[in-house]
Design a protein around this ligand. Sequence first.
Ligand SMILES: Cc1cc2nc3c(=O)[nH]c(=O)nc-3n(C[C@H](O)[C@H](O)[C@H](O)COP(=O)(O)O)c2cc1C
Length: 401
Amino acid sequence: MSLLGKRILLIVSGGIAAYKALELVRLLRAAGCGVTCVLSRAGGHFVTPLSLQALSESKVYTDLFSLTDESEMGHIQLSRAADLLVVAPASADLLARMAAGLADDLAATVLLATDKPVLVAPAMNVRMWQHPATAANMATLAARGVRVIGPDEGAMACNEFGPGRLAEPPAILAAITALLAPAPGPLAGKHALVTSGPTHEPIDPVRYIANRSSGRQGHAIAAALAALGARVTLVRGPVTVPDPAGVTVVRVETAQQMLDACLDALPADIAVCAAAVADWRVAGAASGKIKKSPGAPPPVLDLVPNPDILALLSAPRPDRPRLVVGFAAETDALDENAAAKRLRKGCDWIVANDVSPATGIMGGEDNTVHLLTAAGIEDWPRLPKTEVAQRLAARIAAALA
Ligand SMILES: Cc1cc2nc3c(=O)[nH]c(=O)nc-3n(C[C@H](O)[C@H](O)[C@H](O)COP(=O)(O)O)c2cc1C
């Protein structure tokens, strides 16, 4: 996997993490990449063109209306000359401008004028990241094929804690490598759709029905399939585990959104439905916060079934994935329930696990699974979820070979 000779157009936007872009330039140059930097309209407040120029050993571009650069239509040339556009850090503002298709500075214009792949590394305050506007912008960008790395969770410059930190430069480098120099693996050329994490089903604007799924197993499967060369789309509910590098991530909240994102991601060769999708949602979630009145009885929640994503992906259709793998989280009669589920849903394989509280599996690091196929049941030993993922990915590769 070599980046030697690859050309990166690095767009640095206006966030406090812009200083880490300098380290990213250094890593890219050390990996043999040519790097050209563009500063967004606010980027220059956070990092200087001089520093980027010294590290990239190339001219830094900032101005859409530069006479000299525009005599050669610089904004078009910049993207033409690149193998990949990387936005790191990607501010909430620039992501919004990308989603809206604005072209009001050089960075946004280049991003609109390109037909090259784009990788964004968002970095912002946790509430900016969790704001529905940013979430909607990210969903729009992901649906258009923009790749996303991070953000990470942790302490922030604003003395807050949560998701919003820029992914570390080595992780961004790994994501770039996965895109430009993917490992030649047995799943090269295959598209894998993976779902992961819980769904949140709103009761009112502040309350929701959830479950204890951490997303660890689904995320590890996405990473393991990507490591075998698959192009992976990871549709994931609200989780705090970091997104794996080198996969396209679509963030959703509800089961209905998860289904829509899965259908948008088709066609796929492989679908692994590891998400713990809520079976029910509240009919007519309240638009305002439900108030607790003294003496009044608690509200009664009227539940209706959610769409069955596994069954819908397994159903015969022209774009049905060749291999559909479901998960069965059971607390009783594991094998019988899982075998019945495989037939009921119409999927090819079921990965069954015992999620009784004593096992510590739900939300934990390890998993004990049973793989049910048409050929029978295999009992796997207790393993870290990463190893379960690697075994499963290897089995999938063998099945599709
Ligand atoms: C000190 C300071 C730090 C900021 N940090 C961030 C940040 O980390 N992420 C972000 O999205 N915006 C941040 N902002 C706000 C952006 O700079 C602002 O939205 C700007 O318009 C973004 O411009 P751009 O689209 O050129 O990046 C910060 C602003 C200031 C003054």
